[in-house]
Design a protein around this ligand. Structure first.
Ligand code: NAD
Length: 264
């Protein structure tokens, strides 16, 4: 039997069970304008959360119409000021912050000897430094709230090396380590922190250096034992699970959602 994305019946069943799971909760999602981040906004919104959506892309503004009540914040995660402003927007609009989805990310495919200092910094700054700033500001707000949940979109490259991806692998490895420290320091504060180590997902992630991002990513199906790549919603579901009450005893985990890629 081959694996397929969630069927319409499965989606309906899941939605019925989880309909208002995030009612009264406020969630901040970075990298929210498209791809995995946008799917996560859609699920959190559908399940009752107040959502603050952050991105650098102009498509972001459409989210406020598509998901009524959503507050959009335009900004670059690499700046400390952006994290302060975004968490402040959640507190101002909804009285606090319960959930952070640290999802903004970028990549660069270059061999080691072609990777410049600027390449290294540009990837590390978004994937590791930016995620750290958001976690730190979220911690401050969640401490006031008496707890919360943080999840980051990692990668199989959080655990194994990705050829021609030295900066990306380093950044996602760093993010896994940040997650563990957040879990240790967050435990006594009631704050959980986890990471989803995603396999290849069919998105526009590579469009800064390839015009065929989705088709190219989809062509990596056979590296996963399930024989296909993921759809963004399949990763969004795992992100949502890890910030939901259903994962109340899960913290410090690097959870593979990679179609079995790292089982080899
Ligand atoms: N697509 C994949 O195969 C794959 C695999 C594993 C992990 N991931 C991770 O999933 C996450 C989402 O990626 P995606 O596949 O949905 O790609 P995507 O490019 O569609 O989404 C990434 C979003 O992050 C935003 N972003 C990038 N840099 C930013 C910055 N400095 N400040 C604010 N926003 C910024 C982008 O504008 C974009 O909307 C990333 O962290 C990525 O590393 C993707």
């Amino acid at each position: 039997m081959t694996s397929t994305p969630l069927s319409a019946e499965a989606v309906e069943a899941v939605e019925a069970v989880e309909a208002a799971e995030f009612a009264g909760k406020t969630a901040l999602v970075t990298g929210a304008a498209r791809g995995i981040g946008k799917e996560t906004v859609a699920l959190l919104h559908a399940r009752g959360a107040h959502v603050v959506a952050l991105d650098t892309r102009t498509e972001l503004v459409a989210l406020a119409e598509e998901f009524p009540g959503t507050v959009t914040v335009s900004g670059d995660v690499t700046a400390e000021e952006t994290a302060t402003r975004a968490v402040g927007a959640a507190v101002d609009a909804f009285g606090g912050l319960d959930i952070l989805v640290n999802n903004a990310g970028r990549t660069l495919n270059k061999p080691v000897t072609h990777t410049t200092a600027q390449d290294w910094d540009s990837v590390m700054n978004v994937n590791a430094r930016g995620a750290f700033f958001f976690a730190r500001e979220a911690f401050r707000a969640m401490e006031e709230r008496g707890g919360g949940a943080i999840v980051s979109t990692g990668s199989y490259a959080s655990a194994v090396g990705l050829p021609e991806g030295v900066a990306y692998s380093a950044s996602k490895g760093a993010l896994a380590q940040v997650t563990k420290v957040l879990a240790l320091e967050g435990g006594p504060l009631g704050i959980r922190a986890n990471l989803v180590a995603a396999g290849v997902v069919e998105t526009d992630f590579l469009d800064t250096f390839r015009s065929d991002s989705r088709a190219y990513l989809a062509s990596f199906g056979n590296v996963h034992p399930l024989g296909r790549v993921a759809q963004p919603r399949e990763i969004a579901e795992v992100l949502c699970f890890l910030v939901s009450p259903r994962s109340s005893f899960v913290t410090g985990a690097v959870l593979a959602a990679d179609g079995g890629f790292t089982a080899a």
